[in-house]
Design a protein around this ligand. Structure first.
Ligand code: DGL
Length: 352
């Protein structure tokens, strides 16, 4: 009997202490932005240079990350996100896709400038065929500022990416304690830490490293998507541009984009995607030339109704549904890799 207890005791003592058991491996893919920014002084919360701090320094600045996951870093880019082009977008998507194929990688956190974070998030939501957590995170204040928001945002993003509950939820955006869906989150305030909003609300929240869920996305994403980064060649997507509507509209911008090879134009219309009377003939003519016309809205919330402000069926136009103009541009560019039929494009806007 004594022998049995001693063997049992020895084997139990070999068990690693609870806090040193293997943790999920999360890779932080850094691209730049304010979260990697540096200001001249602690009082500079809005005046700073973005994309300065390297990924390992971001990770080392938060020793508590070790309690959440086994964290490693990759410096994919080091730029302000307003300067991201198709080249950088495709490069980041390819790097994330190959990281997620590694069996030891549980999830990826992407640190990103907030200006175009929603576009990168939505693109990855459409082209990465994996159910592993992909979490984008940014900051509205540089790390050098008083009450910098980056460190806690990054801590929460790593907690989310390391969680099992984040699998199969689509690409997520972690900002200001809230978990948002990539498809409907948008940078809605350009100066405060609660910058990111969704008209349909957050999916959940992360508090003290614990994840709480309250709703799920009802649209197609990741493995349910017909788009896949592995089927996209080169470093350019189809040329899709946006024209922002206001009073005193002229057809010049639409004609210039068409002349320069745009395959589709997103009309960021007033109200419910309205089109000024003096512009309608130009958009009808461009559609007849084979350029897709997508009616979106410059208004932050709501969704564009088909055949309401304009006879879309008659003109062969597409409506962006609840996607803002910048996300409509991303989906249209991908849609054009599959079809140039307005009816098929419209179906994609209903489904993604
Ligand atoms: N230049 C902006 C960008 O990289 C800074 C905004 C930010 O990251 O919060 O998106």
């Amino acid at each position: 009997m004594r022998k049995t207890w001693s063997v049992l005791g020895l084997s139990l003592s070999l068990l690693l202490p609870l806090n040193s058991w293997a943790k999920n491996h999360v890779v932080v893919v850094a691209t730049g932005g304010t979260i990697a920014g540096a200001g001249a002084s602690a009082s500079n919360s809005a005046t700073y240079t973005a994309a300065k701090v390297p990924v390992q320094q971001l990770i080392n600045a938060i020793p508590q990350l070790k309690e959440l996951a086994d964290v490693s870093g990759v410096q994919a880019l080091q730029i302000a996100s307003e300067s991201i082009t198709d080249k950088e977008l495709l490069s980041v998507a390819r790097q994330v896709n190959s990281l997620l194929k590694k069996p030891d990688v549980h999830g990826v956190v992407i640190t990103h400038g907030t200006d175009t974070l929603e576009e990168t998030a939505f693109f990855l939501n459409l082209v990465i065929a994996s159910d592993k957590p992909i979490v984008l995170v940014g900051a509205m204040r540089p790390a050098t500022a008083l009450s910098a928001d980056g460190p806690l945002n990054l801590y929460s993003a790593v907690a989310l990416a390391a969680s099992d509950s984040a699998r199969g939820k689509g690409v997520l955006v972690m900002m200001n304690d809230n978990i948002y869906a990539a498809r409907d989150v948008s940078k809605s305030i350009n100066i405060h830490t609660d910058a990111f909003q969704s008209q349909w609300g957050a999916l959940g929240s992360v508090v003290e490293g614990k994840t709480y869920w309250f709703r799920q996305v009802s649209k197609r994403f990741n493995q349910q998507s017909e788009f896949n980064i592995e089927n996209i060649q080169g470093d350019q997507l189809p040329n899709v541009q946006i024209v922002y509507a206001a009073t005193n509209m002229s057809p010049d911008a639409y004609l210039a984009y068409a002349k320069n090879g745009a395959q589709a134009i997103i009309h960021a219309g007033t109200g419910n995607g309205s089109v000024a009377a003096q512009i309608v003939p130009t958009l009808k003519q461009l559609q007849q030339q084979g350029i897709q016309i997508v009616r979106a809205s410059r208004v932050a919330a709501g969704f564009v109704l088909r055949n309401a402000e304009q006879p879309d069926d008659q003109y062969g136009w597409v409506v962006a549904h609840d996607l803002n103009p910048q996300k409509a541009r991303i989906l249209t560019a991908l849609a054009l890799t599959k079809s140039k039929d307005a009816k098929q494009l419209q179906t994609m806007f209903w489904e993604y």
